[in-house]
Design a protein around this ligand. Structure first.
Ligand code: NAD
Ligand code: TYD
Length: 352
């Protein structure tokens, strides 16, 4: 049997696949369109692994997905494929609708048709695990409790609205067709292989290049930060033991303001890579125009995952961030390759 991982060449998908092969010899098909955010280099350590099969393609391509499901006798789909950057969704939302909503719909339909034809035992064991975000719950006030699985959806950006729509489709395919689904709503991830448009890698790289570290608005927006390898462990557990039809919130229990995140990161760099002129990296912090509709606070209540499946994050924010900074310092070549011409073009167009 095999698992099919979509969006496997992206940040979280590739971390998940690498983590999977550190514990398993089951076949795994990586399906990825290789958009600007997908990078095959993330999976290059698996080039000689006979259990890994990479296929370039779109989750919306039903012929392709159906043939992969049959050919590899897939027992589970883990769907990471998405457009994932909020800023991009504000400037150009169409790809978010196409992949996050229509793509998820097509993937659900391909899965349903394959699943319908399976023998009873295989049918019972099949899983469609959908990866989503804490952003679907919308912005919290400072005094609100962290979001739990029964909170209402209140998405505010084109990105979070598209993820919310995909979650509703997944839920409906369970309620209506009994497709055995699981949904995972995760906090902000950080760690190796994150594309350098997101806050943490962007600030590490700008700091090293002596460029400004742009903080949107007053920098007091709060996010809950989850080390990506802790997320992979949670997904494995949910795939193994999760209750069909259920949603699981995954978070790091580490709420930080954006300013705290960047200051902590600067302090780690001061220690690991001190500047030759004796100055501090935090001197490079600047405050820039805020993101429109910028959500003030996200926070995840991950206690269901702990009580039902025994999962807790292993990393604190400080240990996870230190590992992340070290990884970027040791992999600057990866960054050069990841920052493609298309990405440079986009940055010039919108962040001029
Ligand atoms: P990413 O942008 O790094 O990777 C997305 C991957 O999907 C890329 O490899 C891309 O090539 C691929 N892809 C895009 N459209 C596709 C399509 N139509 N068909 C096949 N592949 C396609 O994103 P990420 O940060 O790794 O996020 C993965 C998932 O986790 C997404 O669903 C995202 O919404 C969710 N999520 C991310 C975070 C986070 O902090 N990064 C937090 C919560 C949830
Ligand atoms: P980001 O990494 O884009 O993830 P998301 O929007 O999915 O949470 O941003 C994390 C937070 O950091 C968010 O509140 C926006 C803020 N931010 C900045 O202040 N400056 C930046 O240059 C970026 C990219 C993000």
């Amino acid at each position: 049997m095999t698992i099919l991982v979509t969006g496997a060449a992206g940040f979280i998908g590739s971390n998940f696949v690498l983590d999977w092969f550190s514990q398993s010899k089951e076949d795994l098909v990586s399906l990825d369109l290789l958009t600007y955010a997908g990078n095959l280099e993330n999976l290059s350590s698996l080039n000689d692994n006979p259990y890994h099969h990479f296929v370039q393609g779109n989750i919306s391509d039903r012929d392709l997905v159906s043939s992969l499901l049959k050919k590899y006798q897939v027992r589970a789909i883990v769907n990471f494929a998405a457009e994932s950057h909020v800023d991009r969704s504000i400037h150009e939302s169409k790809d978010f609708i196409d992949t996050n909503i229509v793509g998820t719909y097509n993937l659900l339909e391909s899965a349903r048709s394959y699943w319908n034809d399976l023998d009873q035992n295989l049918k019972q064991d099949f899983r469609f695990l959908h990866i989503s975000s804490d952003e679907v719950y919308g912005s919290l006030d400072l005094t609100d409790p962290p979001s739990n699985e029964s909170d209402p959806y209140k998405p505010n950006s084109p990105y979070s609205a598209s993820k919310a729509a995909s979650d509703h489709l997944v839920r409906a395919w369970f309620q209506t067709y009994k497709l055995p689904v699981l949904t995972v709503n995760s906090a902000n991830n950080y760690g190796p292989y994150q594309f350098p448009e997101k806050l943490i890698p962007l600030c590490i790289l700008n700091a090293l290049k002596g460029k400004p570290l742009p903080i949107y608005g007053d920098g007091q927006q709060i996010r809950d930060w989850l080390y990506v390898k802790d997320h992979s462990a949670a997904i494995r557990e949910i795939l193994k033991q999760g209750q069909i039809g259920d949603t699981y919130n995954v978070g790091g229990w580490h709420e930080k303001t954006n300013l705290e995140v960047v200051e902590t990161l600067c302090a780690i760099l001061d220690e690991l890579k001190p500047k030759s002129n004796g100055k501090r990296y935090s001197d490079q912090i600047i405050f820039v125009k805020d993101r429109p509709g910028h959500d003030r606070r996200y926070a995840i209540d991950a206690s269901k995952l702990e009580s039902d499946l025994g999962w807790r994050p292993q990393e604190t924010f400080e240990t996870g961030l230190r590992k992340t900074v070290i990884w970027y310092l040791e992999n600057l070549n990866w960054v050069d390759h990841a920052a493609s011409a298309e990405y440079q073009h986009w940055v010039k167009k919108y962040y001029a």
